[in-house]
Ligand binder design. Structure first.
Ligand code: HEM
Ligand code: HEM
Length: 190
């Protein structure tokens, strides 16, 4: 394996963007969850003798979350560009890679998992863009909602792949593929 400079730049930018997107999802589902925060707001305000309805608390909690979630969309655009960049690399890249047929069973499975993750990333980018622009695309809110449910379900594939991939390359680097991670950094043969 010998990764070209373009490929390495793509890999690390993609890693940053995907980890960032996972970060926005993590925050949305934990510290910035509107369900938890609307309850906190209601309790705290009520201790200050200010009564607000659950509906109003929900509006406030969502407003607190909004600035953070903008990053899901900003990183989303970056992901769309990185996918286009990767398609371009599929056509013209000077990296030297082992032939699929000469790979061990284990490496064949790893390779297939990369193809699956490419398909998943493409799917996430396409559905994400459609949900974001559903009005401009004259789609109904119901359609956008059901698409969001699929987008959210497929997200779990990325959530499982990412730590598995990181642990996998670390184990490979420590055992029979010494220098694998640095080859993705310095482009030398591993
Ligand atoms: C931050 C920790 C990460 C490290 C140390 C790392 C390291 C590596 C290494 C060493 C390879 C080459 C492995 C091989 O030849 O089998 C690789 C490939 C790959 N990585 Fe990562 N990676 C990281 C994060 C990510 C993330 C977050 C993604 C997001 C999806 C990602 C996506 C990929 C893909 C798709 C490939 C296959 C490239 C190809 O040959 O087409 N990586 N990574
Ligand atoms: C690595 C890729 C991605 C992952 C892992 C991901 C994950 C998620 C998850 C889990 C949700 C549901 C959040 C919740 O309701 O709790 C979501 C919603 C959403 N995502 Fe993504 N997403 C990705 C890519 C994208 C892209 C590329 C875009 C568009 C540029 C996008 C736009 C959206 C939008 C508009 C929503 C709905 C937000 C709302 O209902 O307020 N996503 N995403």
């Amino acid at each position: 394996m010998k990764y070209s400079l373009q490929f390495r730049i793509w890999h690390w930018l993609n890693a940053i963007v995907v980890l960032g997107m996972l970060g926005t999802v993590f925050l949305r589902k934990t510290f910035l969850s509107w369900r938890t925060n609307s309850e906190i707001l209601m309790t705290q305000l009520s201790q200050m003798q200010i009564e607000i309805t659950a509906e109003e608390a929900k509006i406030l909690a969502k407003a607190v979350r909004a600035g953070m979630w903008e990053w899901h969309i900003i990183l989303g655009y970056a992901l769309v560009f990185l996918i286009i960049y990767r398609i371009f690399l599929f056509i013209s890249d000077s990296s030297e890679k082992e032939d699929f047929s000469s790979k061990t069973i284990h490496k064949k499975i790893v390779q297939i998992s990369y193809y699956i993750i490419y398909a998943v990333l493409l799917f996430m980018a396409a559905t994400g863009l459609i949900i974001h622009f559903y009005e401009e695309l004259s789609l109904t809110k119901e359609f956008a909602k059901s698409l969001k449910e699929i987008h959210e379900l497929v997200f779990y594939a990325i959530m499982f792949f990412t730590p598995l991939h990181i642990v996998g390359v670390i184990v490979a680097d420590l055992t029979d593929e010494k220098g694998l991670i640095s080859s993705m950094i310095n482009g030398k043969k591993s």
